[in-house]
Write a protein that binds this ligand. Sequence first.
Ligand SMILES: Cc1cc2nc3c(=O)[nH]c(=O)nc-3n(C[C@H](O)[C@H](O)[C@H](O)COP(=O)(O)O)c2cc1C
Length: 322
Amino acid sequence: METKIKTILECAIKAPSGHNTQPWKFKVMDHTIEILPDYSRRLPVVDADDHALFISLGCALENLLIAAHQFDWETKVSFHLEHPGKERIVVSLEKGVPINQDGLFESIPIRQSTRNEYDGKTIPEEDWNKIKKAALQEDVNVLVFNAPEEIKSITPFVKEGAISQFENKEFLKELMHWIRFNESKAEKTRDGLSSKVSGNPSVPEWLGKIFMGLSISPEKEAHKYEELILNSSGLMLFIAERNDKKAWINVGRSFERAMLQATALGVHHAHMNMPCEEVPVRKKLAAYLKLKDGMEPMLLIRLGYSEKMPYSFRRPLEEVLV
Ligand SMILES: Cc1cc2nc3c(=O)[nH]c(=O)nc-3n(C[C@H](O)[C@H](O)[C@H](O)COP(=O)(O)O)c2cc1C
C-alpha cells in the first residue's frame, strides 16, 4: 500500500468511538477509500439505533479528510446509506492544492478523551470562538454552556441519565464486556476501555468484574459526574438537525474537528453523553432547551484544563482493511 494512503488510514483509526469499539472497516481502491460500518462491534444496549456507531464513522471520516488534505489531495465525499447493513461512505482523492488546516492534522495523534478532573480555569473567548468555528457543519447545531449558572442548569439531566443507565443491568453488562480491567487484556484486544485510561488500577478481570458489580451505586456515579461537570470550563452540546445516519455522521465530523481544535489550544475534553443516550432524558433536555421538533441532542462534552492521561489502544490497520 502507498505510504501516504497508509498514513491517511492510520489517522482515520485514531478517531474516537463509543466504548472504543472501533466499529469501522476500510476498503482501498485506486483513487478511492470506502468507510464501512462494522456491525459486529455495535452496542445494542447503549446505542440501540446505532447513532453512536455512525457518529464514530463521522469522526474517522473527518480524520481521513484532514490527513488527505495535508498531502494536498482534494477530496469528494459521497454517502450511500439507504441499504441497512450495506452503508458506505466513499471518499475520492485527486491532486489538489495546499490548504491551511489550522494545526488540526498535528492534533490527530495527540487528541484523547481525558476523563480526569479539570481545574475550572476559564477558556479565553477567542479560543471558544476557534472551537465553535471548527464545529461548523451542515446538519449540526452546537450549543456552548460556559457561564457557571448555564453549566449548573445542565447537571440535573446528566444525573438523571447516569442514574437511569447505572440502574440498568443490561447497560452494566455491556459496559463490563468492553472494559479491559488489566493492561495485558487491553494490549491483546487493542480495543475497549482500559482501566489505565480511566485512571483505575489494573486488576485481574474476574476481580474487576466482581468489584464493579458490588461497588457501583447509581447515585454515587451521578454525583461523580456532577462534580466533573461543575469543575469543567464549559460544555458543548452537539445536536443533529435530523435523526438519520447522514446527520449522525455529520455530528461526528463536527465533534472531531472541534476537539482537534481544542486539543491544538491545549484544552481537554471528555464525554458526558448520558442525557443524550437515554431517550426519555434526551427528550426532556431538548424540551428544556426549546429545540425545534426533530432536533436531537447527540453528544454532550465537557471541556477544560488538566493533566494528560494515558492513551487508549487501537487495533492494527490490517485488522480493519477489507
Ligand atoms: C459516539 C461516541 C460516544 C462516546 N460515549 C462516551 C461516553 O458515554 N462516556 C465516555 O467516557 N466516553 C465516551 N466516548 C469516548 C470513547 O470512549 C473514546 O473515544 C474511546 O475510548 C477512545 O479513546 P480516545 O478518545 O481517548 O481516543 C464516546 C465516543 C464517541 C465517538
